[in-house]
Design a protein around this ligand. Sequence first.
Ligand SMILES: NC(=O)c1ccc[n+]([C@@H]2O[C@H](COP(=O)([O-])OP(=O)(O)OC[C@H]3O[C@@H](n4cnc5c(N)ncnc54)[C@H](O)[C@@H]3O)[C@@H](O)[C@H]2O)c1
Length: 339
Amino acid sequence: MLKVAMIGFGGIAQAHRFAYWDCNRRGLPIQLVGACDTDLEKFRTITKINLPTKGEITNELPFGQYTDWREMVEKEQPDLVDICLPTKFHAPMAVAVMEAGYSVFCEKPMAESYEQCKFMVDTAKKTGKFLMIGQCLRFWPAYEYLQEAVKKNLYGKVLSAEFTRYSPVPLWSKDQWQTRAGKAGSCLAELNIHDIDLVRCLFGNPLKMSCKTQDIVYPYDRADSQFIYADLTVDIKSAWLGAETEFNANYKVEFEKGILTYTRDQVIFTKTDGTAESIALPDRDGIMGEIEYLAEIFDKNLDNDRNPPQESAKTIYALEKLFESAEAGGKVLDFGDCQ
Ligand SMILES: NC(=O)c1ccc[n+]([C@@H]2O[C@H](COP(=O)([O-])OP(=O)(O)OC[C@H]3O[C@@H](n4cnc5c(N)ncnc54)[C@H](O)[C@@H]3O)[C@@H](O)[C@H]2O)c1
């Protein structure tokens, strides 16, 4: 049984809590044994975010509750620490937790800079601890199917691809840190990062990239990026919209044999002759998928080949390039070398 303790019990922690609870009731070998938040109120009034869970969960919290993570790990002796903190704490906390002798599963974006990401990866190597970042699209059924379609060449070559992601402004976050964090809290860093990572996972590093951003209400709250490959240009768009907006993620990928679209939780393949088929997908989300994956690789002692931290680090390298391009008015930049 993989024992997990969580640091940060705000918004996204609730989706994690649901996933642990769901794995547990299905008999998978993973269990949440403790959670820690510096704000005790977070254990009394549960935070709601833009991600609806795939079912109801009670607000009973059958695990230890703490305000100090060191006290929590000492008492609970977890195998894995799940970090659900605001982004600026990811690198220092992940490093401190690994140095203290515990493995880490940390929310995305990995860190605020590529330098910090490299330090996290180096610390994992030095301490021999496991490190994985919550780039959950790699485990989201609609995006898993897309990975399969591209990697197994189900529909021929990809001719064009676009990814969009719109979310209500994350006003649930503690002291609204995301709207105050400038670049680090922007839709490019917090929202677009999902598609940036997925596009890299599908097609590798681009040759060139560009990004244009706007500041409608908050800094960088609209972002429009392009990943330019030898024979393909991928568009990635995201925005923090009004607080009442419904969360909405989509893709449209044009293959030689037809178009695969994901919209309103449905994946449809439309052949070039106009006939369409709906693709059946498992009824779970990507957070549940990645937590199930953690249970499996720890239980069977498998390598983490689906989401290694070095790849998450390169996604942050790409993010830094996109900011560089945005600051130069959307200038097309070489991807360069991120070794
Ligand atoms: N995978 C996804 O789809 C997804 C969705 C939303 C957020 N996120 C990521 O999750 C992370 C957290 O975002 P959120 O929306 O949950 O933020 P949040 O503000 O709702 O939650 C963060 C919590 O951390 C607590 N905290 C701060 N410092 C602490 C410390 N030193 N020790 C213990 N607790 C501390 C705060 O009190 C707060 O409750 C961010 O990096 C964000 O990008 C991921």
